[in-house]
Design a protein around this ligand. Structure first.
Ligand code: CTP
Length: 419
């Protein structure tokens, strides 16, 4: 389903008084371009960073900060009750403290008390403020009240410092917002303390210094899983081959590899210290026997045949390592299957056979070919479990599919792991 086919929803964007307020203009633009009705409610402090005219032009509606503006329209009640989603960004330490304690001293906090829809706080502040126990307590309170509080990105902050506290990429905020519109309960904070390693993207097998054998994988599904797992509190590492995803997920460690053998080394090493292992990468089954040191020339006699050898089956290898005790027995292992179906069976038949062959706990089966799955924004398929359960994954964003996969994963993670 393309964005244009998604229903038009009402989104309230609350803007806090932080330097990252200017980045929120891109989030507002994304939502309006996706066809949503956006109302912007800045705080007084936000307007010291970005002028009201900018928010009015981007949303197409007047903005005000005070409950005493347009009193006849009872704006704080009308805006809150009418919203399908509230996004508060940047959520400063002060704004979250006021929201957590139920204050209603401006239009934004008053509106937050009247909303009944999903609320997404997107923190941005200096690392010391984010790490402060008062902020941590306020974040925990907001989560306990049912809000989603995003994990901030790590990186350069205002000034010379760097660390956790950076506003996540506007595109990522939009993706998470769209996910909460698709499924309001998509991001429970239920994976805190759970260590997840995910492979994503395609591998590249070099032929010579300029050429490689690769595939169409964009890494979008693996990154979407990483995003959703991190926002549910997990400690996430992505081992990424080639990807076309617009940005690295916030709060996720990314390890870059090129070939299947490099991917195997990283996944094997990290799986031993993980509670959940997800093989979403499109791994090349074969690689050239020899890699030429110099560029291969056309020559007089046409192309020389490329001799190939088989790559390790990483997923099967991880399951065998678990059987051999090198990976803890309770580690949950998830595979993906990209199938087209053929004369020997349909997509689901091939998926069932692959689940048995690989021996993993869950297998996500995608239909591919004809533009399906590779590089697209949406996905559909089935989730097959080693215990025989089969769940249809309805068409939706890759982030939505990720949230459903993580629900099943969460049920398999032993009690005592995570929060
Ligand atoms: N996979 C892997 N190592 C490989 C090939 C695939 O770990 N050398 C993993 C993929 O990451 C995915 C699962 O195995 O989780 C299934 O990948 P897929 O390409 O669908 O299957 P193949 O194992 O290549 O089997 P077939 O060629 O028979 O479809």
């Amino acid at each position: 389903m393309s964005n244009s086919a998604r229903p038009r929803r009402r989104i309230l964007v609350g803007v806090g008084g932080g330097i990252a307020a200017y980045k929120v203009c891109s989030v507002i633009r994304h939502f309006t371009e996706a066809g949503h009705e956006v109302r912007v409610v800045p705080t007084e402090a936000a307007l010291r960073f970005v002028g009201a005219a900018t928010f009015e032009a981007l949303s197409g509606h007047p903005v005000s900060t005070d409950v005493f503006d347009d009193v006849d329209q009872v704006a704080h009640v009308r805006l809150g009750q009418g919203a399908d989603l509230v996004v508060v960004a940047p959520a400063t330490a002060d704004l979250m403290a006021r929201a957590a304690s139920g204050r209603a001293d401006d239009l934004l906090t008053a509106s937050l008390l009247t909303v009944r829809c999903p609320v997404l706080f997107v923190p941005a502040m200096h690392t010391e403020m984010w790490d402060h126990p008062a902020t941590a307590a306020n974040v925990a309170t907001l989560r306990a009240h049912g809000a989603t509080v995003m994990t901030p990105a790590s990186g350069r902050l205002t000034g010379t410092d760097s660390g956790p506290g950076r506003l996540p990429d506007p595109q990522e905020i939009s993706l998470i917002g769209e996910l909460l519109l698709e499924r309001p309960d998509a991001l429970p904070y239920d994976l805190a303390g759970v260590r997840v390693v995910i492979s994503a993207g395609g591998t590249r097998e070099p032929l010579d210094p300029v050429r490689f054998l690769g595939n169409h994988s964009s890494g979008k599904q693996g990154f979407a899983l990483a995003r959703a797992a991190a926002q549910r509190g997990a400690t996430v590492t992505v081992v990424a081959g080639s990807t076309a995803d617009p940005g690295d997920p916030a709060g996720v460690e990314i390890v870059r590899v090129a070939t299947a053998e490099q991917l195997a080394v990283e996944m094997t090493k990290r799986s031993a210290e993980s509670d959940v292992v997800i093989m979403a990468a499109a791994v090349a089954d074969f690689r050239p026997v020899a890699v030429a040191d110099a560029k291969i020339k056309k020559g007089q006699d046409g192309p020389a045949p490329i001799e190939l050898t088989t790559n390790p089956d990483i997923l099967r290898g991880l399951v065998e390592s678990r059987m051999a005790g090198q990976i803890p027995a309770e580690t949950v292992i998830v595979g993906f299957a990209a199938e087209t179906g053929d004369e020997t069976g349909g997509v689901l038949d091939h998926g069932r056979a692959k689940l048995a062959r690989k021996g993993c706990d869950l297998l996500v089966v995608n239909a591919v070919g004809d533009g399906k799955a590779f590089g697209t924004e949406d996905n559909t398929g089935w989730l097959l479990s080693a215990n025989g359960a089969e769940t249809a994954l309805p068409l939706g964003s890759k982030t939505l599919m990720s949230s459903r996969i993580l629900d099943e994963v969460r049920a398999l993670v032993p009690d005592g792991r995570g929060a």
